[in-house]
Write a protein that binds this ligand. Structure first.
Ligand SMILES: [Ca+2]
Ligand SMILES: [Ca+2]
Length: 216
């Protein structure tokens, strides 16, 4: 009896192991490349893609075609799974590829939600729709520092906040915004409590915790 159970277990294990060749490396197949391709995708570009993702059993888990809405992201910065960051480089606009992505470069041993099971190999058919420049990094410090003395005064912070709250198109100021403007002195105080570390009444470039560099 014990022996039989052992044999059955071995058979089951063997079945699991040899169910299919395990994918461990990213596989990139070029399906078609348009003629006259000059610009290719590179690290940091904003890529707009159409894609269909399927599992080993052919089940489609996601497709931008179904939504009729391509997907835009920055490549190489971890916004997407590693298989995408690595498999969509050097690609022309209009080029189509097939990616086979091992779980280690996909959603790993945990999977994702109810959609991607643990240890899943992912298959993507992708098409590059557009390559855009990287988004400019906004230097908020510079935007607030109206007189360019490299220090933020209460007035500068206050003016900046008002600008953010009032609609730029000159439309009606909503009740919500009126209330925010009324409590906005308090907000300025809170910001200074937090940011003006040496309490000299100004937020220096060094003290400022928000975005303050022109380049990432
Ligand atoms: Ca200033
Ligand atoms: Ca200070």
């Amino acid at each position: 009896m014990t022996t039989l159970r052992c044999v059955l277990m071995l058979v089951a294990l063997a079945g699991a192991t040899f169910a299919g060749p395990e994918v461990t490396e990213l596989k990139t197949e070029v399906v078609s490349v348009p003629e006259g391709c000059t610009t290719k995708s590179k690290h940091g570009d904003m890529l707009t893609m159409h894609y269909t993702g399927t599992l080993d059993d052919g089940h489609k888990f996601d497709s931008s075609y179904d939504r009729d809405q391509p997907f835009t992201f920055q490549i190489g910065v971890g916004q997407v799974i590693k298989g995408w960051d690595q498999g969509l480089l050097d690609m022309c606009v209009g080029e189509k590829r097939k990616l086979t992505i091992p779980a280690s470069l996909g959603y790993g041993e945990r999977g994702a939600g109810n959609v991607i099971p643990p240890h899943a190999t992912l298959h993507f058919e992708v098409e590059l729709i557009n390559i855009g420049d990287s988004p400019p990094a906004t230097n908020v410090f510079k935007e607030i520092d109206a007189d360019k003395d490299n220090m933020l005064s209460r007035e500068e912070v206050s003016d900046y906040l008002k600008k953010q709250m009032v609609p730029a198109d000159g439309g009606e100021v909503s009740e919500d915004i009126k209330q925010m403007l009324e409590s906005h002195d308090k907000l300025v105080e809170e910001i200074f409590q937090h940011e003006d570390k040496d309490k000299n009444g100004f937020i220096s470039h060094e003290e400022f915790s928000g975005p303050k560099h022109d380049e990432l």
